[in-house]
Every structure is written in structure tokens, then in C-alpha cells.
Design a protein around this ligand. Sequence first.
Ligand code: IPE
Ligand code: IPE
Ligand code: MG
Length: 621
Amino acid sequence: MPTTPQPDPAALDTAPHTRPDRATTRALRDADPALRAAYRLCRRITRRHDPAIYALVQLMPSVLRPACWALWAAVTALDDLADAADVAPAERAARVETWTRALGHDLAAGTSTDPVRYALVDMAGRWRLDLTSLQGAMAQTRDDAHGLRFADWAAWRAWCNKEVVPWVEQVRHLFEQAGAPMTLRLDRQADYERFVDGAQLTDVLTDLSTDLAQGLLLLPQEALESFPGAETDLLQGRWSPPVAALITELTALARRRVTRPAMTRGMHPGAAIVLDAAAGLMRAQLDAIEAAGPTLLQRAPRPSLLTRLRVLAPARLRSSLAWSLTPLTVPGPRRPAATANLLSPVVDDTGLRPPPPHLSGARPPQIDADRMPAHVAVIMDGNGRWAEQHNLQRSEGHRAGTAAVREIVYGALEIGLRHLTLYAFSTENWKRDAEEITAILAILQSELDEAPLRDLNVRQRWAGWPDKLPEDLVDSLRREEHRTRARTGLTLTVCINYGGRDEITRTAAALAQAARDGDVDPHLVGEDDFIRHLPHPDMPDVDLLWRTGNEQRTSNFLPWHATYAELYFTPGYWPDMDRRDLWKAITEYSRRQRRHGAVPGPVASRETTACLLTPELPARH
Ligand code: IPE
Ligand code: IPE
Ligand code: MG
């Protein structure tokens, strides 16, 4: 990842009233001298390497700053190892790997002989941060040492996401732990991703001269090819008309991407001020890039001190007011972080457990890999009728349904399913009595608090919109999503306040906005563009859509993803389901013949075709 060269330590420290160690001292009352020295070093590294980042950290409450310095110093340490000009690429990669492995050991030991890692280990323990999510970013930095080429913007964005986003996420998590969450509304996710893209593009443009000196051009071929000759000229250090036109285009693109006023709406004001100031500094940086002309190829441009102060001075005033109004959670005594081998799969050392076996001892059926669905989606229907059947309140039916959810997740893990999506509360369910709605939402909250899936290899996600949902529930959903994001097993998406038409409408709106921003050409919009603007672009098509409760409709569930799903309707009520029912559904699916519009081959037997036309309902319930 590029960093801004040309240290300019004093220029951006707009806080002369903050004595060098006051923040550190306050936040680290219990720290030993070596640890304080480690944090001081991280502070100096941040200030020297990236004064703009340092200034942004100064906008945060003092209790959070040491952790941010430690994170930034770690990024810098890794970048320096990956970028060392006088070292061969293989050796650079090996050094990054050694550093990363050492961090894994240091996390297990709770200390380090390296000051930057010592501060990082300490802040992870202090703030209960899970650093395993950085393993991908560190592996990417290691691979960067071998050089980088991107065919198109999608590949460039994937690199940026892998390398930058996990570090930003740590900062977000830090805010969350301190009680000032930078909660992102789901409908702002695209803004956030663009913002990160814009920040990275600004960085790449700023560091063009340094990177070119090393023969690196961190821009996608797709962008370079639009300006014939620009790539050769750039690599030869020649400022030519195509180079000038390319820079103008990319600067404008970066400016559009970092200008996302809607992104911070609804966020804690302190967090919003930091992000808005970051955007302001980046725009100032882009002004400097534009003004640099040919000198862009000789040195990194910098905005003037006055320009930077214009952004930072009001932000400083507003941020100290905003933070003074928020009681922050100061970290408790340090707790040793979990053992983590940062370059190997998370499940290795993290104490994740397999699902408990079914009481009957039943084991999953053997399904051929090419017959396994990748994605099963379930409409969990019949809770109310189950309760009536047992002379209970409807809410008891919903409560009983949670046991079935756990069972189905265990079954999904045992059979090796990759994606399971559960419909828990629809946008139409608001039409129910307030009492029932409150009960359903309270049950969902208590499931999240109890977190029965905590130690399983399950990546939990939420699909739906925050509007109208209790804030605590939204926070818990986000937290769970964040906590389990690096898990490699089942992806469990729970749909709460989800509506298929709502999802499509919002996706269309995001696409329209992208077209307006010039990121998408409306004449060339394809299905892939639509998918990229969905809230979870990586969610695969539904292979099997299963509805319990003896109803044969899809009730506004996953219309985009399920257009070619095999439908499977069963009569039993949801609370009566267990993992064996999921296995039965998957077995039934494995026998179906899917055509996707094509003519079936000669191997299709009459029996299979009959099964496709009249799916057999299981008789157990
Ligand atoms: C499904 O069960 C759960 C939710 C919709 C929240 P229902 O509550 O719809 O149960 P029935 O269909 O009334 O039996
Ligand atoms: C669908 O069930 C929604 C969920 C299971 C969350 P409903 O019971 O709400 O659907 P309809 O009203 O029968 O279509
Ligand atoms: Mg129902």
C-alpha cells in the first residue's frame, strides 16, 4: 500500500495545546515504561510518515489515539518491508511474512520485543480487537512485494478491499468498543466502499513519482488503455498529453468517490467529523495533484499548510465539542489476545468448535459435490400455527423457532453447505400486532445476546434495512457481522426487515447514483453491474428455496437471487424442524434435474423428470 513520502511532521499538528504524551499518559495509566515508549514510537512513526493521518487521529478522543497510532505504525512497518527498494522481491515478501508470523506469536504471548508489535498486541488486548481479520491484508502486502498488475477496476478494487479495508475496519471496531459506533447504515455501504476506493486512488496518485521510481504503476489497465500512450509515457517518466488527460480523469474520479455526504448521516457526530475531515483533506490533496502538472512525476504534491488548516481547524473545534458530549468507555484492564497464526486459516488456532451432534446420532447423507446446492434459502413459516396447535401464545411459537434455527445451522455445517439464508422478519410483517412484532424483535435480540453460534465456524450476516428496527438490534447485528467476518465456514445470512422488492428498488437507486457519478455507463448496464450494487454482491444465486408451514408462495423473499431456484414446500411447521429436515431437502434437491433453459441431455430419465414436475413432500410432519 502506498504511503505519503516526504515527512512533514510539524505542519499538520494543529494541536499545540496537546503536550506530546498527555493522551498516551491518560489512556495508558497502567502501562509499563517499555509500553509507553512503544506507543510514543508509534505516534512518531504516524506523524513522520503521514501527517494527514496523524492530524485525523488528533480529531479522535485522546483515549483512542494510542490504538490508532499502533495500527498506523504497523501498516507503515509492513509497507516499508514490502517496498524496500534495495531488497529483492522474494526477500521483501519473506520479511513481511516473518513480521506477520511474529505478530501471531506475540499475540499469543501478549507481549513483543518489537515496539510496534508490542503496542499493537497491547491495544488488541485492551480494546478486545480481533486482529485475525488482518491476515488477508498482511498476506496481500506480502504478495505486493512481487509487483502488481490490475486488468480492470474490479481487480483494482479487490486489491484495495483486501489490503486497506481490514485496517479501516479495525478503526471502526475501536470506535464501537469505545461506545461511539461508526455504524454504517446498510444503504450507505456502497458510499463507504466508494469512499475507501477514492482514498486509495488519491494515495496512488499522490505517490505516483515514488512508485514509478520503482517501476510500479498501481492503476488498472482498463483506465490506462483509455489514454493510448499514457502507460509507456508514465513508465518513462514523460509528462505528455495522454498522461495529463489520464491524471485529470482519475483526479475527477477520486474526487467524486471521496465526496459522499450521505455516508456519515446518522453516525456519531465525532466519528462523522473525522470522516468528513478525511474527505476534506483528500479533496485538498486532489487539488494539489491537479495543480502539480508535470512535477507530479518528480515528487509527491502537498496542499499548503493554510489549506490544511482550513479543513482541520474547524473540525478540531467541532470534534472536541462532539466528544465532550459523549461518555466513552475507557478500556478495561488488558486481556491477553487470542492465539492467532495470522498467515494460516482462522480455524486453526481460534478454538472454533464443530457443531454438537444430533441427539439421535443421525449423520448427514453423502451428497456428490456436483449435486450439492451452494445456497439454500429458507422461509421459516408456521410459528404462529405451531403455537396455536400447542395452545400457546404466538410469541411462544417464535421462541420455539429459534431452536430449529440452531439445528438447521448445525445441519448445514455438518453437510458442508456454503450459504444458508433465513427469512426471519419481512418488510410486510410490520402489518402484524405491535405486541407480536415486539416479541419477535425481542427474541431476535436475545438470540444475538446469547450468541449460541458464537464458537462455530459461521460467518453471520444480516440482510434488510435498519429503518424502524430498534437501534440495539441493529448494533448487535452489525457487531456479530463484524466479529465473524473472517470465518471461513458457512455464511449464514439472516433476513430481518427484509423485502425483496425493497432490495431491488434500493439497488436500482444505487445503480442510478453510480451512473450519475459517472462510475457506470447507463447504456452498458448489465446484470453484473446490478449484482455489484446489491447489498451483498457476493451472495450466490439460491439453488434451493425451502418453505415450511404448508404455504406455496415466496412472500417477497430474494426475488433477484431465487429466479432459478428449485422450490421445495413442506407441510410441517418451522418449530418442528431439525437438521434432518434440511438434509432431506438437500437430498431431494440433489435428485432434481436443473435445466436453466437448456434442453435436457439424453441421460435424463423419466423418473427424474417426473420428480421435477411433482416434487414429493416429505411425510414426517
Ligand atoms: C413465520 O411464522 C415467522 C414470521 C413471519 C416472523 P408465522 O408467524 O408467519 O407463522 P404462521 O404462518 O402464522 O403460522
Ligand atoms: C414470510 O412469512 C416471512 C417470514 C417467514 C419471515 P409470512 O407468514 O409473513 O408470509 P405470508 O404472509 O404468509 O405470505
Ligand atoms: Mg406465516
